[in-house]
Design a protein around this ligand. Structure first.
Ligand code: TXA
Ligand code: MG
Length: 351
């Protein structure tokens, strides 16, 4: 398939190019586009055949449902038969933005979108390109992250090109995404609502508004093979570079000592070692290794924004092994550690 690349300004996207991409969505095609979290791979959410093409292009397991993206709350009533009061409070506070809510699905939503579940995930993105595309197409757009299934989610158009060039109709290049990790998935069909995937809106932000929320227990334990996550996507090994990833967790000085010890050992075995460091620690590692700073520990949003890009960069540099510093898991750090743990297949050394 021929893939067209459309370069668009992230703040004021060219209306003619948006119209062209929207026509492709309306005709049942696939358009990758930036959102404030990560790039999404979009298709008409009401067209089962178009949605099937998303699964094929990504190599996505059929039991992993898609998020439906909207721009007006009025579209909700087409997709769900019941909007719980708590959802209105959350929409008011966090939409548009990186919060996905799970509702009971209506008849209009094809079963392929929800992987046969009777619930549907819906979010309203804040990115101007995403908003313009949904609005001009006049349709709800189903969009998983625009990566090959299992790889780190894309935060630039270049990442999408690496994974999906030749498999989709259009890739919109709107620059770097802002949050860098996916949206928080919150089930509002239960009381209290329950976080199924940590993401751009933190548990603390939700608790501030709702007082009580649950967190799916499979997210809390580091390796819980018996428990089945309620968000089907969370059960897959994910976000993985080709290199083996090992997380080192503990006090910062001990982390640095252990990473130096392991780096020397793996290097002596002839392995190319990558080190996922932070601004605070990057100068403590020997320069023979591939050292990437994921950001500033005192500004964890910078770490969230760069994690996926960094994991891909270790592959570009052909690392065999990546030694990753754990970060504080409060706030956005919860989502960072969730993604990093999955990238590592829960291979975590405590020091
Ligand atoms: O930030 C995001 O959410 C990005 C951008 C493109 O919007 N999208 C994204 O989609 O991350 P995806 O498909 O990569 O992840 C969707 C997650 C998966 O873990 C999936 O299992 C879960 O949402 N999900 C979707 N529908 C669900 C449902 N009905 N019940 C429970 N989990 C659901
Ligand atoms: Mg994904």
């Amino acid at each position: 398939m021929k893939t067209e690349i459309l370069k668009l300004d992230a703040v004021n996207p060219d209306p003619d190019k948006i119209k062209h991409a929207a026509e492709i969505i309306r005709a049942g095609g696939l358009v990758a586009f930036p959102t404030e979290t990560v790039y999404g791979l979009g298709a008409n959410a009401l067209d089962a055949a178009a949605a099937q093409n998303i699964f094929t292009a990504k190599g996505r397991p059929a039991d992993n449902p898609l998020i439906v993206h909207i721009v007006e709350t009025s579209e909700l009533s087409k997709l769900t038969d019941y909007i719980p009061p708590v959802a209105y409070t959350l929409m008011d506070k966090f939409w548009p933005g990186p919060l996905t809510m799970i509702f009971n699905k209506s008849e209009a939503v094809p079963g392929i979108i929800t992987a046969g579940l009777d619930t549907v995930a819906i979010r309203m993105p804040s990115h101007p390109i995403a908003q313009a595309l949904i609005s001009v197409s006049g349709l709800p757009i189903a969009a998983p992250s625009a990566n090959t299934s299992g790889k780190p989610s894309p935060t630039t158009a270049q990442h999408v090109i690496e994974d999906l060039y030749g498999k989709v109709d259009v890739i919109i290049d709107g620059g770097c995404t802002n949050v860098g990790l996916e949206s928080t998935v919150l089930d509002v069909t239960t009381t209290p609502p329950s976080i199924l995937r940590p993401g751009g809106i933190t548990a603390e932000q939700l608790e501030h508004v709702l007082q009580k929320i649950d967190i799916d227990p499979t997210l809390m334990s580091q390796k819980n093979f018996d428990a089945v996550p309620r968000s089907p996507g969370m059960k897959y090994k994910h976000y993985s570079p080709k290199a083996e990833v090992i997380i080192i967790q503990g006090s910062l000085d001990k982390i640095v000592v252990e990473i130096n010890r392991l780096a020397a050992r793996y290097a002596s075995e002839g392995k190319k070692v990558g080190i996922l460091a932070t601004e605070q620690t990057k100068s403590f590692y020997p320069s023979g290794n591939v050292i990437i700073s994921m950001g500033d520990r005192s500004n964890p949003e910078t770490i969230a924004a760069s994690l996926f890009r960094d994991l891909r960069e270790f592959d570009e540099k052909n690392c065999d092994i990546v030694l990753a510093e754990a970060v504080d898991s409060s706030g956005i750090g919860f989502a960072v550690m969730n993604r990093m743990s999955k990238a590592a297949g829960y291979n975590i050394i405590k020091v």
